[in-house]
Design a protein around this ligand. Sequence first.
Ligand code: PHE
Length: 488
Amino acid sequence: MSFASFYFGLDRKAKKGSCIKMEKKERSTFKGSLGFVLAAAGSAVGLGNIWRFSYLAARDGGGIFVITYIVLAITFGFTLLTTEIAIGRKTRQSPLTAYTKLNKKWKPLGVLSSVIPLLIMPYYCAIGGWVLKYFVVFLTGNGKKAADSSFFSAFIGDKYQPLIFMFIFLILCAFVVYKGVNKGIENSSKVIMPILLIMIIGIAIFSLTLKEVGDDGKLHTGLQGLKVFLIPNFKGVTLKSFFFIVVDALGQLFYSLSIAMGIMIAYGSYVPDEDNLSKSINQIEIFDTAVAILAGIMIIPAVYVFNGTDGMEAGPSLMFVSLPKIFSSMGKIGNSVGSVFFAMVLFAAATSAISIMEAIVASIMDRFKMSRRSATLTETIIALVIGMFVCLGYNILYFDITLPNGVHAQILDILDYISNYVLMPIVAIATCILIGWVMKAEYVIDEVTKNGEKFARRGLYKVMVKYIAPILLIILFTMSVGVLNLFS
Ligand code: PHE
């Protein structure tokens, strides 16, 4: 360990007259495993769990998708999550510097994995701003306006409003990150995550009680909608379409667990040595999967009751167009349900944005020996500048290009494509090769079991990290960049 890194973070704020001025300041750690689990779950539970999981499940045969997802979560997801958290704890470094510590030749991987959060943060804040706007609209009793089909496009087409809301969202996240690992991230997660869980359970139960006579004159109930979501629908499923379901579940899982964004390395670097990693990792996975399923129970029955199986489209249109229509069809109570819903989404988005910001701030601090304050300020400015371009991409800088995967794209989609579809799979594949082939799986296993903890999926981990996970990732990567379109 170099002198500089050993003394990294000398306690600059040591009180005057303190004789421990030269004492090494330990890297901040989470106070307990609950704090770590809730912070990591806060990162994992985000916009992806809420709209994307529901939409994919509705499209991909309901229960078939849900079961495939769960199987992949306990094999593939568990492998990548364990790897990143263990790398973080073992090296006590953020993504930018952690890989170099593992092996000097792999320094570029650290750089690549730090570019990812840098690209994601600005557009995630732009979307966070949209959520904030909708929360305000419903809270002020104007939900009916948001139900108008043109409301969303008029809002993002406006030059100023999206910028203002993005700015507020960004500043809130920056404040939490500036407060640090314990006072900021850990404490806020401990408050936000339980509230989020209660809200989502509440709305899910409400959604199941909905009833409405549809245009076809038939009574649609929430429970029927639940069946659409959970019961496997094998109709029309062929080997080929099942392959696509697996690829969808894989992509969703990857994004949902905040893997390959540098986040879990950064958070792992704050986990105390005594913490039982495999227990915490199980809890993070259960939390993330449970929220995704609850989100499905909340959204699919509501859409089904009011819209039938239409309107479950992906992306912004589900959250910002279809759901506001549904809230308004609920009558008077719609504004309250909408407020709770968007408050919940806001919490989910904020804890994810905080984690992605922390991955960057920790990297700047570790690499350039900056104070937390200057690092946070630097990243806030970067996110603000790129975020402005993202927001203006829907009005004065508007253009429309088609990406290799066929999606029509504006600036936001381009950043999303480069990070999620290109860079993240590359980083994950390289990480599996580094651990599975260069460092060997024992590197991670030793870290997980260093206090004599049991590691029940040890054998599975070895096979996954060395062979299966990289192969699955290569399939995912080649399909998402459109190079390999095996079946079309
Ligand atoms: N896991 C998050 C989600 O499901 C993804 C994410 C995390 C995105 C952190 C950005 C920042 O939405």
